[in-house]
Design a binder for this molecule. Structure first.
Ligand code: AMO
Length: 416
């Protein structure tokens, strides 16, 4: 006797034969009720069912006759566990198209759709392989506080919170803690966690609450050591996802390409020159901007690269990056015109980091706890922050980062 439990996805009544398409986490199953083979009681019971009722079917499985299902089950017993109200706020079969907002308002039903569930199965596989890779490379998984007292990525993007008598903020990156762990001798660490950014942008690639894979590693020669870990992490993870998620990738109609290592490397200077040649208005020292990144992405795609590094940025990129003349040892990794990762070699000498804080118009006094870690034996180190939702969006050719997180937080959304 086989037992399957799940939701009524669809009911088809062909007169002499009825079908229930049952759906659960494993996929869709066909329950076949030929009038001549099942009891009269079961045959008429189907008429009482509605879409999205939760049922248990007991019966015998056999090779399916339909193109769409490998097996079918002929029921001996069907139990209605819980009824669903009608009409539904959203059609879980996806036949009636809904706006993203309506889908997100009813996310618990939206994720009943196999192609939406597939995104989160791929996400699971991605994180599993990323963890395995980092663990094999001797990185220690850590978790740092999400409540902070100082900005690490520029002061304008913090969510303030009232922390008893004090003002505190939600973290915008584990940056300063990652570096503290280097001072603490942990040598190689990673964190997979949330961060919060009070950015006003309401775009298809910004979230106000996002997740990232952050790493930090000590005793590096330069930022190339960090970039090596990143490109191998991507290569290994994509290979793993491709093997694990054949059905999900098929459902999402994604042909996953595993990029060869080493990835293409461009310098900031080369990128600016290329953009200027294409008529894009950018001066040396400026951010590439969304449009600049997009133009570069097109050019790289024409040259056959999905993933590419941009390195040797101007020294005004971020204060904690190691300066080198008018440049710094920071890099970005972009994929098809979208930034997925920022990273680099950090300052590790006390005097340099103090100078950098001042250079950026920040107040060393506000960084007292952070500055302390440079005084008592800080090794050379570097790392990166890798946005999970953006990576998934690019990997699966989705057009909105909100698709890649279960319950997105954006400028207008704090529910569900
Ligand atoms: P950065 O600010 O570039 O670097 O962030 C790292 C990566 O996180 C993702 N990301 C976002 N994804 C969705 N919505 C957002 N609002 C958002 N903001 C950032 C991007 C981005 O590349 N401390 C450094 C990292 C480091 O040097 O280790 C940092 O936070 O994919």
């Amino acid at each position: 006797m086989d037992i399957i439990k799940g939701w009524v996805n669809e009911i088809r009544d062909m007169g002499g034969i009825k079908f229930i398409i049952l759906r659960n986490k494993k996929g869709l199953f066909q329950v076949t009720l030929p009038k001549k083979k099942v009891s009269h009681e079961i045959f008429s019971f189907v008429d009482k069912l509605s879409k999205e009722d939760v049922i248990v079917v007991e019966g015998s499985s056999q090779q399916g006759k339909s193109r769409d299902f490998d097996t079918e089950i002929i029921p001996e017993k069907i139990t209605l566990i819980n009824e669903s109200e009608t009409p539904l706020p959203l059609d879980p079969s996806g036949k009636v198209k809904a706006e993203l907002d309506t889908r997100l308002d009813n996310r618990f039903i939206d994720i009943r759709r196999p192609e939406i569930l597939a995104i989160f199965k791929v996400r699971h596989s991605l994180l599993k392989h990323a963890r395995d890779y980092l663990s094999n490379e001797d990185f220690l998984e850590i978790h740092t506080s999400k409540i902070i007292s100082t900005a690490s990525e520029g002061g304008t993007e913090l969510f303030p919170i009232q922390y008893f008598e004090k003002k505190a903020y939600l973290t915008q990156s584990p940056q300063l803690y990652k570096q503290m762990c280097m001072a603490g001798g942990l040598e190689r660490i990673y964190e997979i966690a949330w961060y919060f950014r009070a950015e006003q942008h309401n775009t298809t690639r910004h979230l106000n609450e996002a997740t990232a894979i952050d790493i930090e590693m000590s005793f590096i020669d330069d930022e190339e050591d960090v970039m090596g870990i990143l490109e191998n992490l991507i290569h290994t993870t994509l290979k793993g996802v491709k093997e694990d998620c054949i059905a999900e990738l098929n459902l999402l109609e994604v042909e996953l390409k595993v990029p060869e290592v080493p990835f293409k490397r461009l310098t900031y200077d080369e990128v600016v020159e290329m953009l200027q040649e294409k008529g894009y208005n950018i001066k040396w020292g400026e951010d590439l901007g969304t449009e600049g990144e997009r133009i570069l992405g097109k050019e790289m795609e024409n040259q056959g690269y999905e993933y590419y590094f941009i390195k040797r940025y101007p020294r005004n990129k971020v204060f904690y990056l190691q300066p080198e003349g008018k440049y710094c040892r920071g890099f970005d990794l972009d994929c098809k015109g979208i930034e997925l990762t920022s990273g680099g070699q950090r300052c590790h000498e006390y005097d340099t980091i103090v100078e950098r804080i001042i250079e950026f118009g920040l107040e060393p006094e506000n960084f007292k706890d952070y500055l302390k870690i440079f005084k008592y034996g800080m090794p050379p180190h570097g790392g990166f922050g890798f946005g999970i939702e953006r990576w998934l969006m690019e990997m699966l050719n989705l057009n909105n980062v909100r698709e890649c997180i279960l319950f997105p937080r954006d400028r207008g959304r704090t529910t569900p």
